[in-house]
Design a protein around this ligand. Structure first.
Ligand code: BGC
Length: 415
């Protein structure tokens, strides 16, 4: 059966590349903000140029929580889309359920094993076979700042969380919102993991990859929760339920000084015609300059019926790894190409910093998967951490000691 599937895939690939087949791909994703939509439209355009039909299946909602719910219901009813934006260990979860199709032929032709860093290619494989194609590498531990607001407040850009609290106080006194934030569990988790990362990658990995009970209950973790609660004071009252890109626009328009967010935020600055280093500044989240929390976006391919649609799906996978797509998509998205050795000229200083940090951190061991963005652990454990983190953020009566106890118990129960 496996052999047959492979032969069919290879045949479809060859014929598809010659454009004898025009098929349809339905693509489920959650890229609906300005920068995100501009990015996914690049792929749509390339597929249409190949003669295929693109059926857009966009499910709004940052970090894809809603998209994943919709995907599950489509899969349960036996009708998954050809392709879906799935990341990290979740790819393995879908692979083990038998939903994903084999991309080895297209990967061999495009030399994916050579052009991708291993930290990326490993995630794209299920039991050694490619089942997903990576579009980018996002760095999550970033801070986006409005230099004008800092200047007017007489504040410095913070390089530690302790300093963040000092500068935030000045910014608040000057009448600005220090931290643009949206009250959604995944945004709380993004902020939380950035605070945890200041304790070092070793601590971070023990907590969010190995799930050491001792680390989850440690004094360091208590400190992380305490800092998290203090940072909460510098978020405006209207934060609850706010989308991440609306928070980014608060930094863009000078209402807020900073946002802690992955570099998809840069896509919003770019879409608003703002220039890095002039209109806005990117710097590592406080205290995390030596580390890189990675978040790789990828499109996993589901088993589909029909030669035409299979050919279209293989073409989609091929196009994703081609340099043309990797460059244009990432210029819009704010991320860096997943593909190695891409020309750097068109990318801005933030992307250069991210490229350098990606390479440097992969040699020092400081390259680590983002928990908040589904790269470090199963969706079950991630959900358990989200719940504790977001409840703590929104509950004034919960102490940090109570939070670590809840965290350790919740993680243990979902392993
Ligand atoms: C995804 C990004 C996306 C962001 C906001 C992250 O989890 O990896 O591609 O832009 O969520 O939706």
């Amino acid at each position: 059966m496996k052999k047959f599937a492979f032969a069919l895939t290879a045949a479809a690939l060859t014929v598809g590349a010659a454009n004898s087949y025009a098929g349809e791909v339905e693509v489920l994703h959650w890229w609906t903000s300005g920068g995100e939509a501009a990015s996914i439209n690049v792929l749509k355009g390339l597929m249409v140029e190949e003669g295929h039909t693109w059926k857009d299946f966009a499910v709004a909602g940052g970090a894809g929580e809603s998209a994943m719910t919709v995907l599950k219901s489509r899969a349960i009813s036996g009708n998954p889309p050809a392709s879906a934006q799935i990341k990290g260990p979740t790819i393995q979860e879908w692979g083990s359920l038998g939903f994903l199709t084999n991309l080895d032929a297209v990967a061999a032709q495009g030399e994916w094993d050579v052009v991708l860093p291993q930290v990326v290619s490993d995630v794209m494989k299920y039991e050694g076979h490619y089942v997903a194609a990576p579009v980018n590498v996002h760095r999550v531990n970033w801070m986006w700042a409005n230099p004008e607001v800092f200047r007017k407040s007489g504040a410095e850009l913070p390089t530690s969380w302790d300093q963040f609290l000092v500068e935030a106080e000045k910014i608040k006194a000057a009448g600005y919102t220090p931290l643009a934030h949206g009250g959604q569990a995944w945004q709380d988790a993004t902020l939380f993991e950035a605070i945890a990362l200041e304790k070092g990658v070793n601590f971070y990995n023990k907590a969010f990859i190995a799930h050491s009970d001792q680390t989850l209950r440690s004094q360091d973790m208590i400190d992380v929760f305490n800092t998290f609660k203090q940072v909460r004071k510098y978020v405006d009252v209207g934060f609850s339920g706010r989308d991440w890109n609306v928070a980014t626009s608060m930094v863009i328009n000078g209402e807020a000084a900073m946002q802690i967010m992955g570099d998809w935020a840069k896509g919003e600055f770019t879409a608003a015609n703002k220039k890095a280093g002039i209109d806005y500044v990117c710097l590592p989240a406080p205290g995390t300059s030596d580390s890189f929390t990675f978040n790789i976006d990828s499109l996993a391919m589901f088993k589909v019926e029909g030669k035409d649609n299979q050919a279209a799906q293989q073409d989609l996978a091929r196009l994703i790894l081609e340099p043309e797509f990797q460059e244009t998509f990432n210029l819009n998205k704010g991320s860096i190409p997943a593909r190695l050795n891409m020309p750097r000229e068109k990318f801005d200083t933030c992307a250069h910093a991210s490229m350098d940090s990606f390479l440097a951190s992969s040699t020092t061991g400081n390259l680590t998967p983002s928990m908040a963005h589904g790269m470090s652990t199963s969706s079950m454990v991630q959900g358990a951490i989200y719940d504790v983190v977001t409840n703590f953020f929104n509950d004034d009566s919960m102490t940090a000691e109570q939070a670590v106890d809840k965290l350790a118990r919740a993680v243990k129960a979902s392993l």
